[in-house]
Design a protein around this ligand. Structure first.
Ligand SMILES: Cc1cc2nc3c(=O)[nH]c(=O)nc-3n(C[C@H](O)[C@H](O)[C@H](O)COP(=O)(O)OP(=O)(O)OC[C@H]3O[C@@H](n4cnc5c(N)ncnc54)[C@H](O)[C@@H]3O)c2cc1C
Length: 411
């Protein structure tokens, strides 16, 4: 049996950021990771706010050395209408760029940095069971790929298992998602015509109408990630999921923004399908453990909020775990759960407003006030805890009032 101060489940952004911050505070940390890195995971466009977590974890120099495609803003296109946000113009004082990159490379960099800091990362090691002790310490069972098991005694557990949702499943914390089921079909494409585009390396969200939207995320490798997101029924006329390649080609051909650019372009792997990713947990903490990243709650990919919420939650959780290990009292409910819910709620309002079409009325309106635009831009940069921003503090009201104002202007 191994002994450690903190056991971290998962070596994604949530797990590695938490592990590094706790290690830097002087505690022993071990990470168990089910897969062997580099591994594929979706979530290839970051927001500036997540760089703060990377900085505190000590990951920035290694990330900056990777040559990932820099992302300076967000662009939404509906037919001939364009809504273009530049992070440098945002209301919040913070980072004004992020990255677009294959997550396999990004997450590998984070995990390597953890190892460099002296944090063991146990690959091909799946946490399968946890026995909690009275004092909040625990004994976890880890299964290796060859079926062998080992155990680890930890004073505290950080669950950063993402879509694995380890503790919510083991401790019955699963809650029905509050958003309708959506589906995506996506692939990594060669992109030889990229330089013919107006801004070749820029991430663009193409809105068809409120039924379907498309992400194009160019990487610095020349490969571009292209994904279609919609209600599952939208995809039915495009053929069977059994012949996913043909279906994906039909989707590409069907949209003028992808038809020409990706005609005859090679696919880097067979297109993939994901469906029903929204998830939430009834509590984000308990005696001896905390959930971070996707395990707490994941909403929707439209505003690229996933990794940002993952790293902010891990930053926050890591500070509180350190406090707890130092023998101080921690108010998990207010200082963690309510804090995280506050940020998630802001994004939830924007996600819902995107799918109802309300945000289209704002993004694609003729009238654009620079101050309001800078405030909305801050939300899209991930600064969703900044109460000096009315589009954060009174998110729903600010959107509704702005739409009313725009409607009055038009009539
Ligand atoms: C279609 C789609 C598009 C998206 N696009 C974006 C985007 O553009 N930008 C963005 O920021 N986010 C995006 N996301 C969200 C993003 O994928 C996640 O929010 C992000 O990966 C969460 O990071 P994490 O560290 O919490 O979890 P993960 O990155 O999933 O890492 C969790 C790790 O835990 C490991 N694990 C799981 N179970 C166990 C176990 N039992 N034992 C040990 N290890 C385990 C897994 O193997 C994995 O490596 C998207 C999501 C979807 C569905």
């Amino acid at each position: 049996m191994k002994h450690t101060d903190v056991l971290v489940i998962g070596a994604g952004p949530a797990g590695t950021v938490a592990a590094a911050i706790i290690k830097k505070a002087g505690f022993n940390v071990e990470i168990v990771e089910k897969t062997q890195f580099p591994r594929f995971v979706i979530g290839e466009s970051l927001l500036p706010r997540c760089l703060e977590g990377m900085e505190e974890a000590g990951f920035l120099p290694a990330l900056q050395a990777q040559g990932f495609q820099e992302k300076w803003g967000a662009k939404f296109v509906l037919g001939d209408k364009v809504c273009d946000f530049t992070f440098a113009d945002q209301h919040a004082k913070g980072y004004n760029y992020a990255w677009q990159m294959p997550r396999a490379d990004f997450d590998m960099t984070l995990a390597n940095e953890c190892e460099r800091m002296g944090i063991p990362v146990h690959y091909l090691s799946e946490l399968t069971a946890i026995e909690m002790n009275e004092d909040g310490s625990s004994i976890s069972t880890i299964q290796k790929e060859n079926g062998e098991t080992w155990q680890v005694h930890a004073k505290f557990i950080v669950d950063g298992s993402g879509y694995g949702r380890v503790i919510p499943r083991l401790f019955n914390l699963e809650m029905p998602p509050g958003l309708p089921t959506r589906k995506t079909i996506f692939c990594h494409m060669e992109d030889p015509k990229r330089m013919e585009m107006v801004e070749p390396n820029r991430i663009v969200v193409y809105a068809q109408d409120t039924d379907c939207w498309i992400w194009t995320i160019p990487f610095s490798t020349g490969i571009t990630s292209v994904g279609f997101v919609a209600d599952p029924s939208y995809f039915e006329p495009f053929g069977s999921d059994e012949d996913i390649r043909a279906k994906y080609l039909r989707l590409l051909e069907n949209d003028p923004n992808t038809a020409y650019r990706f005609k005859d372009a090679a696919m880097k792997f067979e297109p993939r399908i994901l469906q029903g990713w929204s998830a939430t947990s009834s509590s984000f903490y308990g005696k001896g453990y905390v959930l971070t990243g996707n395990v707490t709650e994941f909403l929707d990919p439209i505003f690229s909020s996933g990794v940002t919420l993952a790293t902010v939650s891990s930053q926050k959780a890591a500070h509180l775990v350190v406090k707890h290990l130092q023998g101080e009292q921690v108010d998990w409910e207010n200082d963690y759960m309510k804090f995280m819910e506050q940020g998630v709620d802001v994004f939830r309002t924007y996600v819902k407003a995107w799918y109802t079409g309300d945000l289209y009325k704002i993004f694609f309106a003729e009238y654009k006030d620079p101050l309001i635009k800078s405030q909305i831009c801050s939300v899209l940069a991930g600064y969703v805890w900044d109460d000096s921003n009315p589009f954060v503090k009174n998110h729903q009201k600010a959107i509704t009032s702005l739409i009313k104002f725009l409607e009055r202007e038009q009539s």
